[in-house]
Ligand binder design. Structure first.
Ligand code: HEC
Length: 104
């Protein structure tokens, strides 16, 4: 699992982020959200034990708190490391994307 996590941190995020800079096609929030779906279930519907992300209004607060967490990167909780790879604009786009979806 740690190898998978390392791979996600180093490979998947930059690939998704560069895809997200393309002008047309799916919204930035939708493209970024596809990385979340890998763990949090298709369309952010949750994949036990991971909670759903759809319909949540606290994602911006949560992701910003993780991003600014002082926890050392080596020991940091997975989502802290994930959030550090996101810009504030990415976080806004993700929060808007999931908040606009009906809760599962
Ligand atoms: C590599 C797998 C993985 C990916 C990808 C992932 N997450 Fe997570 N996420 C987790 C795990 C594991 C937890 C549970 C952490 C814990 O409680 O210790 C979690 C927890 C969360 C929580 C806290 C939920 C709660 O109610 O406590 C939020 C919010 C969240 N993730 C949002 C996101 C968003 C947004 C994305 C996409 C940018 C994302 N996650 C991508 C694995 C992942």
């Amino acid at each position: 699992m740690s190898r998978l996590r390392a791979l996600l941190m180093t490979a998947a995020i930059p690939a998704v982020m560069s895809a997200a800079t393309q002008a047309d096609g799916p919204s930035r929030g939708e493209v970024l959200a596809s990385t979340c779906h890998a763990c949090h279930g298709p369309e952010g519907r949750g994949s036990p034990p991971l909670p759903p992300l759809r319909g949540r209004s606290d994602l911006r607060t949560q992701l910003l708190a993780w991003k600014s967490s002082a926890e050392a990167s080596g020991d940091a909780h997975l989502m802290i490391r994930f959030a550090r790879g996101l810009s504030e604009a990415d976080i806004d786009a993700l929060a808007a994307y999931f908040a606009a979806k009906d809760a599962p």
